[in-house]
Design a protein around this ligand. Sequence first.
Ligand code: GLU
Length: 498
Amino acid sequence: MSEIRVRIAPSPTWNMHIGTARAALFNYLFAKPQWGKFLIRIEDTDKERSLPEHTQEILAWLNWLGLNPDEEIVYQSANEQKHKEIIQKLIDEWKAYYAWESPEELQEMRDQARKEKKWFVYKTPNYTQEQIDQYKKDWRKAVVRFKVEEKGLVFNDMVKWEIRTDTSTIWDFVIAKSDGSPIFYLANVVDDNLMWITHVIRGEDHIPNTPKQILLYEALWYDVPVFWHLPLLLNPNKSKMSKRDTSDTFVTVKKFAQAGFLPQAVLNFIALMWWHTSDDREFFTFDELLKEFSMDRVQSSNAVYDFPRAIHFNAEHIRNLTPEQFVEQLKNYIDLLLNNDALKLEEENELFQKAKYWDNLIKEWKLDDLDYVEKWFDEVKVRLQTLEQFVLYAKYLYDFVEVSDDILYNAKMKVSKELVQEQLPKIIDLLENIEAWDKETLKNTLISYNKENELKNGQTLRPIRSILSWVQASPWAFELLLILWKEESLNRLRRYLS
Ligand code: GLU
């Protein structure tokens, strides 16, 4: 069997949308386990709408996701000469022709068909020589249209099964604009052939284009690749998600990265929107996806975007990191915020400022002291959903932070200022006298103290927790006492009183 070669062919006309990431991931997961090649082609023939910064972004985020191509990136614009040769070849073989109608004339033809309640299908006109001479004299510019033969066309789509088209409903479509530049249908087919693509795995929105493209493959005597059209992604309200909608939903990879998602969690989330194993397992590392993924379990129905699930996956992936991996991811995250060209955060951007602050903290924090990281990691990781939360909430691990009254005092829990002033010195004494600083001893000591003094446990444990950590989502009091250890814990409690 020949080598499997797949590609994604994004047009750099918008940000790196998760639809593009999905196409990349599914192509990658299909090809790589079979020793196939995963390639990238930037379809930049639409010169007005293609922007180099979009290309840069697409490549940067694919790299962030770890979906790197096996060969050099192909730019469609570089093949333009080849496209023009092929267009000429089709004209020479009478498979394509110049068409001279102006947009207004085409509109008239459409209106006429509507009036007659007919389906408008543009088919080869019979121009007379005089007509052609006149068009040329008028400086009209012709487009090139492909001549669609009438026949039944069936193609097998691996996700959508058999798709049948009667070509009498396909009009003679344009393959070159009046300036001679190629249209998507043609450039895409020629390039896939040049790149020896064996499987075209792309979004379902391309199904209507596929019969036209198959006609081109046949006219050019190219091998037709296997098509695999993946279902759509719908908004929570079931409307179709647009690539241009980059407002507040998390539809770009950039948004995920910026918010402190791990690349492997984003991949897991994307994969599971359209694919699952027979046992409905949810959590997959990238390596596991490569091992378990199979195209025959890709669903044929559309997926509904479910952002809470992405958070769930991210939390789960954070929990599965080793302390060492966690530190690495955290450093990558801050580096991304500060230095990534695709993010291009400006100095005055709030997140950039935060990142600068975190960067300093992290340097001060000596995060490379893995022994200490190991001490807190298990307690902290279960409370994190994103890396951003860590940088916001974990300062207490390395520094004393003044706790605010609204966190410390709580009427419902019966924790008042008076109570804290009265109890804290006694608790400090109590803790000072503990020799064996372990959970058992800490627990026994504090709980029996509460009993003897007719206090609810929360009345002493809550203030300890708040003073030691200042944040609400911190580990519990005993865990904190253990993480910070005796000296630092007592320092902080005393400091609060002073
Ligand atoms: N440029 C097309 C797009 O971005 C590529 C379609 C394909 O994968 O063939 O939708």
